[in-house]
Design a binder for this molecule. Structure first.
Ligand code: NDP
Ligand code: GDR
Length: 359
């Protein structure tokens, strides 16, 4: 009888933005699934690998070589071509971005360079290296592309109306991915992800800003928090659930675009209330607009103030996603609900601030 040779399929992932919130959860997921994971990191004057530090400590990922980091940048085509030609990935996850909507008004050109042209550069590096017919490509598209409400809830067919330089750049990223799929037969997908959070969320996004403040106020390290638009509504999920959706999209036979959301929307004000509830503080609201304050019902102390500094020139008022397509076609649904998400973030920040009050 002839010997059967089993050829293991190469599972090599290249992740841009591996040092970010999603990159860190995705790297964990891929390593657990047996991938060799290559991440692109930026040179920085201080450590920017805090979120993936634990993967070094794990001998499986570090010493046994499941994780490799390469210096690079989405604004630098040369390095992208070099990294792609060395790594020859089977899957690419393009998560790298200037991802802060408010900052994008200050850094509009840079945001377009990284988030829009950066996506083009990476897609083209794959073509240059002859991988366009074999690689699977995930693009981190966003609910910010829907922007000004055209339809509720928002799904794959809802028209885009971005409201920030970030949203505009991501619309370019979305369409260049569709174009490369159609023009060059690439397996390329857009995940249109609604807001997703976690204890690893960047400190200047509203959820993490709130849970950090709740922790500090509880531990008497801070008196109050200043916020912008309390009425904006978002469909908030957990990053751990959302990276699973990214991977699932690339395991399908046919490349398609999917909305990923919880199908539940809450205002910033509701997030504040839910976060303080975790430490048994009830918030009561007084005043209007810039004069609105939130008080601790039990003590009467002001714990929330509105500061117009945090308003945006144009705002996305209301986002609510419909992820029926993802549920039906790729079998994705979230594990976390809103209350679990808020509680996990508040508890993590209390533990963090207790251990390190200057964090
Ligand atoms: P983060 O801001 O936490 O992470 C962004 C990552 O991109 C970081 O690793 C950052 O590196 C890297 N990066 C920034 N600029 C460049 C550049 N010029 N070249 C290469 N890498 C760069 O974002 P998230 O993890 O929250 O989001 C991941 C992706 O998903 C982003 O593209 C974001 O726009 C998109 N998205 C996020 C959603 C969310 O709710 N979180 C929802 C929908 C889409 P460094 O650590 O050095 O700064
Ligand atoms: P967003 O997230 O803009 O939706 O983009 P962010 O948490 O920054 O804002 C959510 C809403 O909260 C309002 N808000 C404040 N926001 C911040 N950051 N700071 C404040 O003090 C504050 N007060 C009120 C905002 O006006 C907004 O309406 C995130 C990013 O992760 C993007 O990269 C991603 O594409 C989208 O989510 C989906």
């Amino acid at each position: 009888m002839a010997d059967t040779v089993v050829v293991e399929k190469r599972k090599v992932a290249l992740v841009t933005g591996i040092t970010g919130q999603d990159g860190s959860y995705l790297a964990e997921l891929l390593i657990n699934k047996g991938y060799e994971v290559h991440g692109i990191i930026r040179r920085s004057s201080s450590f920017n690998t805090g979120r993936i530090q634990h993967l070094y400590a794990d001998p499986r990922s570090h010493r046994e070589g499941s994780m490799h980091l390469h210096y690079g940048d989405l604004t630098d085509s040369t390095c992208l071509v070099k990294i792609v030609s060395q790594v020859r990935p089977t899957e690419v996850y393009n998560l790298g971005a200037q991802s802060h909507v408010k900052v994008s008004f200050e850094l509009a050109e840079y945001t377009a360079n990284v988030d829009a042209v950066g996506t083009l550069r990476l897609l083209d590096a794959l073509r240059t290296c002859g991988l366009s017919e074999t690689v699977k490509f995930y693009q981190a598209s966003t609910s910010e592309m829907f922007g000004k409400v055209q339809e509720i809830p928002q799904k794959e067919t809802t028209p885009f109306y971005p409201r920030s330089p970030y949203g505009c750049a991501k619309v370019y990223g979305y369409w260049i991915v569709v174009n490369y799929r159609e023009a060059y037969n690439m397996f390329a997908c857009n995940g249109i992800l609604f807001n997703h959070e976690s204890p690893r969320r960047g400190e200047t996004f509203v959820t993490r800003k709130i849970t950090r403040a709740v922790a500090k106020i509880t531990l008497e390290q801070q008196k109050f928090i200043e916020l912008g638009n309390l009425d904006a509504k978002r469909d908030w999920g957990h990053a751990k659930d959302y990276v699973e959706a990214m991977w699932l999209m690339l395991q399908q036979e046919v490349p398609e675009d999917y909305v990923i959301a919880t199908n539940e929307s809450h205002s910033v004000r509701e997030f504040v209330e839910a976060a303080f509830k975790c430490v048994d503080i009830t918030v009561t609201w007084e005043g209007e607009g810039v004069n609105e304050v939130g008080k601790n019902k039990a003590t009467g102390e002001v714990i929330v103030k509105v500061n117009p500094k945090f308003y945006r020139p144009t705002e996305v008022e209301f986002l609510l996603g419909d992820s029926t397509k993802a549920k039906e076609k790729i079998g994705w649904k979230p594990v976390y609900d809103f209350q679990n998400l808020v509680r996990e973030m508040v508890e993590a920040d209390i533990a963090l601030m207790r251990a390190n009050p200057v964090a």
